[in-house]
Design a binder for this molecule. Sequence first.
Ligand code: NAD
Length: 453
Amino acid sequence: MEIQEIINHQKDFFKTQQTKNIKFRKMYLEKLRELILKNEEHLYQAIYKDFGKSKFDTFTTEISFVLNDIDYYLKNLHSLSKPKKVRTNLVNQLGKSKIHPEPLGCVLVIGAWNYPYQLSLSPVIAALAAGNCCILKPSEIAENTMKAMARLINDNFPPEYLYVYEGGIDETTELLKLKFDKIFFTGSTRVGKIVYQAAAENLTPVVLELGGKSPAIVTKDANLETAAKRIVWGKFLNAGQTCVAPDYLLVEESIHEQFLEMMRKYITEFKYKPDSEQYTRIINQKNFQRLIKLITKEKIYFGGNSDEDKLFIEPTLLTHVDWEDDVMQEEIFGPILPVIGFTNFNMILNTILEHEKPLAAYLFTRNSEEKEAFTTKLSFGGGCINDVVMHLGNDRLPFGGVGNSGIGNYHGIYGFEALSHQKSILEKANWGEPDIKYPPYSEKKLSWIRKLL
Ligand code: NAD
């Protein structure tokens, strides 16, 4: 079946109102849960083939997220979809005011390759929970996981409700010409702009989950051991191919040497080796070559080794880095961590403010003034104080970017709201209304209205 035909079927199916039924939504969310659990081994094998991601990492950073999302919506769907009563103001008496969350229709989800299950399926789950039909276009770069998801879903779901469309740039370009009720895109800022422009042609609203250069700051007041351990974990998880990984590190000069040494210790302890279970490969040759060029030999503090055949790049710390260096001009998205020293905390915040708003930012300190300045002065999607990446693991926190790092957010209630329309209904009684709003107007009526409004 042609994709246009499938979308037409989804639109027709949506009109039957079946997806508005809570039992229907729950039945399919449960089905997806069952299918994931039944095919878990196959999902692990596919992602391992794509970029050597271990079962441990895939469970903790992908499958567990997806299962938690399903459980969250199964548990909260009733209250999320219920009309919410709000107060009715004086001029609208006698009346009742309610907000009715309603599904949008047919949603297009475009996924990225770096967390292929989580970043494709989490928005799909939110879309289905909110009562929509959905087309998922996973990233073709992680080909095996794309095929695994296509099989899992297309063999078990009616295409007029949920369908996985496999394809790359050409197919996505064609898809973007069609009219959807919402597009949920995860990927680079560059492609985000293409999606936004295409969506504008059809006046389609979008959620854009994009990237950027996310800083991590370590001051002399930090617990250095904890900071080093957590930064090393968050940066080299998925071989640095994480949208919220610390992209670069700003370390107070007085602890600079000591801190680099601690990070070296943890990198060694964590045993990131070419064939180890702990360490993911670079996704492809193109990214491998791009990353290798960012490693300036003279600036290597630790690491720098690589193996092209195995698409392995050792965790690499670069020191004496300048803001003008190539590594500071683009999102790294790999296991290279440039470290820049600073002496004045407020000045370093000002330097961050001169750059595009990042998807994440992290601060390691025990100093409350520094925490306050970091939280109020900087603008970024979300972040942590004294940790990295983990804010994603709390579905009570909205996840999304700001400015160049994205538009809109999701997770938990925020995902449900991002994929719903909030419809307002005011219901009036048929009696009890004063005549003053109706013509013919008079000074007396106006003076009453002034008092009322
Ligand atoms: P990408 O932008 O290259 O691709 C994302 C999707 O867009 C893929 O499905 C791809 O097929 C499609 N695509 C690529 N080029 C296209 C084009 N010219 N026209 C139409 N569609 C096109 O991103 P990626 O390499 O998969 O992921 C890496 C980027 O995504 C990084 O910048 C990273 O920070 C960002 N990211 C953001 C988040 C987030 O949640 N905010 C999560 C993961 C990745």
